[in-house]
Ligand binder design. Structure first.
Ligand SMILES: [Zn+2]
Length: 203
């Protein structure tokens, strides 16, 4: 997970997220099976406006695992505090609760949430303050020299998004080899063209 800076909420959202959240909350209370649908603004579902705005902040990378590019159009918007939890019904459209997210991370996180998960757009967060990239295994290790409270956060985040699960380490290895290959050929490197930018930055 690589840090990024969140820009200001789009105007159409700033003035409407509370009423949209209230509407969703009331619908869910009336009917538990009510399925969330993105509201529309000027005839467009707002996710079609939000996806480019969110993606722009991460240069098109997944907010959590940093994979890139979105080949299968499978990026979607993650509700950081899940919309299935009654406590968070009213923030379902809050800008700060929305992150562009790859299919893998969505599938790993599903409806999980706890207060220990780190946010990539938090001012206190940086990859190197919590994690070490392991260039042998391509796993993401927890920094051994950090406080227990930081360790809890680093672990919770790694688990919920499944950073070391399944094919993720292999995917990072392939990307890293590609990066090194380009370096050895003396090619010009544009870091945003590579997934898992934290691996390159920690070299
Ligand atoms: Zn991801």
């Amino acid at each position: 997970m690589r840090r990024y800076t969140r820009e200001a909420s789009p105007d159409f959202l700033t003035t409407r997220w509370e009423q949209w959240g209230e509407r969703y909350k009331n619908n869910r209370i009336r009917s538990y099976g009510f399925v969330f649908k993105w509201p529309t603004f000027q005839g467009k579902k707002i996710n079609t406006l939000l996806e480019p705005a969110l993606s722009n902040q991460t240069d098109g990378h997944c907010s959590f695992c940093d994979t890139y590019p979105d080949r299968g159009k499978e990026y979607s918007i993650d509700h950081f505090k899940p919309k299935s939890n009654p406590e968070y019904y009213n923030i379902v459209c809050q800008w700060e609760n929305l992150y562009i997210c790859c299919h893998n991370c969505q599938r790993s996180k599903v409806e999980q949430f706890n207060e220990n998960i780190l946010r990539p757009d938090s001012e206190e967060y940086s990859f190197e303050d919590y994690y070490i990239y392991n260039y042998s295994t391509h796993e993401i290790d927890i920094r051994p020299d950090i406080s227990d409270s930081k360790k809890i956060k680093a672990l919770a985040t790694r688990e919920i998004f499944g950073f070391n699960h399944g094919e993720n380490p292999k995917a990072r290895e392939i990307s890293f080899d590609r990066y090194r290959g380009k370096i050895s050929l003396g090619e010009t490197i544009e870091i945003n063209d590579f997934p898992y930018r934290y691996a390159i930055e920690m070299l």
